[in-house]
Every structure is written in C-alpha cells, then in structure tokens.
Design a protein around this ligand. Structure first.
Ligand SMILES: Nc1ncnc2c1ncn2[C@@H]1O[C@H](COP(=O)(O)OP(=O)(O)OP(=O)(O)O)[C@@H](O)[C@H]1O
Ligand SMILES: [Mg+2]
Length: 325
C-alpha cells in the first residue's frame, strides 16, 4: 500500500484500552474510542482529567503505558512516530513561539524543522487561512494573546495535516477572536480535516463537534451531544398558567404521550412526556378546553453543560484522584 494511502477509508483515530501513568499517578486509564475521518471530535473533562496527556500520547510525543491505538490507520508504536507525525499536527495549550522573531520568521523556523516542502507557499497559505497575512513582519512579542494563538494555529497548518489536535484553542480569547477560531474550524472541517478538540467551553463543543467524549481519568461517555442529552434526561414540558389550575390532575392525567406531572411553583407544571410533539398540542387543547389562561408551554432544553455536570459535577477532582492512586 502506498504510504500516503495507508489506512484510507478506516477511522482517523482508533484507540483501544489506552492508559498513561507517570510513576504511580494515573493520567488516563483504559480509554477506548474511534474518531471518523473528517469528524470534529470534542474531548471534554475537568482540569487534570488527562486530556492534554491523551493528545500528547496520540500525537507521539509521549508513549502510552498500555493499550494500543492507530493514528490515520498507522499503529502507534515508536518506530512509526515519524510516519504518524507527517499526517498530524498539534496546537498545544500554550503557543510556544519565539517571541523575539517575527510571525513569518517563526513559521520559517518550524517549516524548516518539519522539512515542509515549498515552505514559502505553505507559510503564505497558512497565514491567509488564519487571517494574519498583514501581520507577517510583526515581532511575536508585540502580538496579543489571541493573535499569538492564531500564529500557533498557522504553525499547526503548515504541514497540511489530515488530523489536527487542538488543545483548548480558544482558552482566554475574547468573543470575536473565539468566533474567528470557530470559523476556521468550520473551514477545516469542510476541507475534510479531522479535528480533535479539547475544550472547557461546553457551548463551543455543542456548536462545533459531531460527537463529544467526556473524560475524567476514565472515559465517562461518548456520543452526539443530542444523544447524550436524551440518554441522561427524561423529556419534559413546562406549562405556565396565569392562575393556579383548580384540578390539574383532571387536565393532565389522561393526555397522550404524557407519563406524569408535578407542580413547579404555584402556576407552573412540569409534564414528563414520551414525545413532546404529541404531548404539547394535546396539553394546549386540554388547558384551553378547561378555560385556563396559558402563558407558555415549552420543552425543557438540557444543554451539553447539564450532561457534563451530571456526569462529572459530583466527581472528586481528577487531580486529587490521580494523586491518591
Ligand atoms: N509530565 C508529567 N509528569 C507527571 N504527571 C503529569 C505529567 N503530565 C501530566 N501529568 C498529570 O496527569 C494528569 C492529567 O494531566 P493533563 O494535563 O493531561 O490534564 P488536562 O485534562 O489536560 O487538564 P487541564 O484541563 O487542566 O488542561 C494530572 O494529574 C497531571 O498532573
Ligand atoms: Mg490540558
């Protein structure tokens, strides 16, 4: 098989029972998952959960303690590190630029280090992609945090990676700079780049990621954000009326797709439902038929943040757990 085509068609990342320990500290343990080609995959978890260590391990910077993985179809073993690195790129938590050099000089250094073919063209293209073409001659020390982050992204793009690991790419960025990074991720997705994104911004994961995994030393869950919501939370409707209903049980008890109800304040009612699209119109008709003044009927929307808090909100902090082992 041609080296460039190795494993094409299979998953971008395939991870089986992977663990990493530092002495007796467990960074992550028995982690298994797959990421499809061209997928944007979110990797969430509290501080010390093992996200960066996972990125460093999959990126061939450190070796796992046990388990196995394939990166772009190539087995993750030390003798394959160089072949794997030709297909991936990592944008680390801190940009790590030479502050006394200009933006272009930084990229030239790294292009040289990576032995990037056609470096001038690649650098120009990477700078255009992150919208920094006009800052090429600025010294990195004079750039704001957000701009340095974008230089680091340009550096990660120099090698034209199939798989891009982004470790908290929007940490500390303002909303406009954050949106610029999100748009860039969308553009890379359209180009078919697989993106492995660690983040603490749950709304970012919900908006950008096809699937997310939640890690807290071990993998807690994995799936599409909507699926995780449905797995964890029962569907419900909230009904608010102008005045308390005299006999709510009479109205709600026999409605189709309504499994039960409980009061929420004096004029609010929460209905457990199997299908909101059936239950909401039926509840509306029943309420109007009973002469109630309805202020609102809405489905209760659980966010990815609710899922996250449900799964890790009551856990012992990962740092303490790891330290105790
Ligand atoms: N080189 C190292 N030597 C010893 N322990 C390490 C090393 N690197 C990471 N660890 C430990 O492994 C655990 C996981 O750390 P990691 O940096 O992967 O977490 P993280 O999920 O990226 O956290 P954060 O959200 O704070 O970035 C922590 O307990 C950390 O202290
Ligand atoms: Mg980290």
């Amino acid at each position: 098989m041609d080296d460039q085509d190795h494993g094409r068609g299979g998953p971008a990342l395939s991870v089986h029972g992977l663990s990493k320990r530092f002495g007796n500290r467990v960074a992550f343990e028995d982690v298994s998952f797959e990421v499809g080609r061209g997928e944007v995959f979110g990797f969430l978890g509290p501080n010390g959960a093992g996200k960066t260590t996972t990125v460093r391990t999959l990126g061939t910077l450190i070796t796992p303690t046990s388990g196995s993985a394939e990166i772009a179809g190539i087995p993750l073993v030390p003798q394959n590190a160089e072949r794997i690195r030709r297909r991936i790129s990592i944008m680390p938590e801190s940009p790590g630029l030479y502050l006394r050099l200009s933006v272009a000089e930084n990229l030239e250094c790294f292009a040289d280090l990576y032995r990037t073919p056609d470096p001038r063209e690649r650098i120009a293209r990477a700078l255009r992609t992150v919208d920094l073409a006009d800052r090429a001659d600025d010294v990195c020390a004079s750039l704001s945090k957000g701009l340095r982050q974008r230089v680091a992204l340009a550096r990660a793009l120099l090698s034209d990676p199939q798989i891009l690991f982004l470790d908290e790419p929007t940490a500390g960025l303002d909303p406009v700079a954050t949106r610029a990074v999100h748009e860039l991720i969308d553009r890379l997705r359209r180009r078919g780049v697989t993106i492995f994104l660690t983040t603490h911004r749950l709304e970012e994961a919900e908006r950008l990621c096809d699937r997310v995994a939640i890690l807290n030393t071990t993998l807690r869950t994995i799936g599409r954000p909507g699926e995780l919501r449905d797995q964890l939370f029962a569907k419900s409707l909230t009904v608010t009326t102008l005045a308390p209903l005299p006999d709510p049980d009479h109205i709600f008890a026999d409605l189709p797709a309504v499994d039960g109800w409980h009061p929420d304040g004096s004029c609010g009612y929460i209905l457990a439902v199997s299908d909101p699209a059936v239950a909401a119109p039926a509840a509306t008709r029943a309420l109007v038929g009973a002469g109630a003044d309805v202020l609102s009927i809405s489905s209760l929307h659980h966010s990815l943040q609710d899922v996250y808090l449900e799964l890790v909100g009551t856990d012992t902090p990962a740092d303490e757990q790891a330290g105790r082992r």
